[in-house]
Ligand binder design. Sequence first.
Ligand SMILES: [Zn+2]
Length: 412
Amino acid sequence: MRYHDHHFHPFGYAAAATGLDVYDAADIADLQRRLAGRAQQVDGAVIAERLNDETLAERRLPTAADLDEAVVDRPALVYRYCGHIAVANTKAMELAGVGAGTPDPDGGSFDRLPDGTPNGVLRETAIDAVARAVARLVPPQTDAEVLAALGALPTMGIGSVTAIVSPEEPLWVGVDDEIGALVRLAPDLPVAMDVLVATRSPAALSRAAERLAAAEGPVRFAGWKDFSDGSFGGHTAAMHEPYHDRPDTRGTVRLDRRLAVELGRLSYGLGGIVAIHAIGDRANDLVLDVMEELIGLGVDPAATRIEHASILTPAAIERIARLGVTASVQPAFIASEADWLPRRLGPERMERVYPFRSLLEAGVQLVGGSDAPVEHPDPERAIRTAVERVGFNPAESLTRKQAEALFAPPGH
Ligand SMILES: [Zn+2]
């Protein structure tokens, strides 16, 4: 069997492969050195991908002031590896017109200095305005770079992916029209792609489905993707109870229920599925409300999917099973979160996180993905992690066979 990665970001993956990947930066000084080095090599803005503040010696996010020490004369933007947080330097915030008077956007926030000035840390939708302003100053990835990056997938046994692509706003800075790029690249793609379109515009969704239908190659419209919350790493996954290490927050809800029902019905009418990102237990309950409403309106339960379903109450597991919603999980998160997730969640909730076996035993359809570039796309790593679950509730381990089945192509 060739593997299928059920949650993959082709352009984000290519951006991390061809750009500046800072996942293994040792400390903030090391990050600064790499940013300054990159500034020597590229014109325009300096972008870095996959920052992991949990493995920096300081164990904190850098701020605009930290980035300014490395890049002061032009914009710099550093994405956290989850993609739900980014840090901008002062120049990038100026370019986007972000200042003390800028309010937090819906579904996002700026970390601020005591006087109210944003300190450079952008959470969730607060990334968008800065990324949009900076994107104009980033040389676009070439088709050859994208194809070269994707060429690594078949060597890992991957024959096809469910690709998450944005028709207007780039999810990662680099390509402005990802649908257009995919249609252009279709005849040369090394893997087949079922495309989930991430947008909040009904017109953009319909148009993307139409454009993908015209692609000459193994590319097809597979549905609509949205976000309901953020990440554990960024303290933005929406939880019922506050974070263990930040009692002042329960995360960020990004879901617009009315719009989600509208876009979900539209996607189903276009022949696609409805896939919504939910990591926190509160977000998962909110997404299940949407799925239940959609199913009541005639959407096939098999066409509803929660992306991540990371932490669930026992009642939510039962509800997912009863409704017939698919859970799309990323076992590789376990390995990279083992060191710090217990601090975020505390001991009681660690028992309930990534409940793969409970989901299977409840009768839930499970599929597996990497979320690359968040995690390495090699399915073998994910399969091993789902079986071993080092540092996580071992009662939720899968057998090798169950773990392999997560990466079966759709319909198998
Ligand atoms: Zn993703």
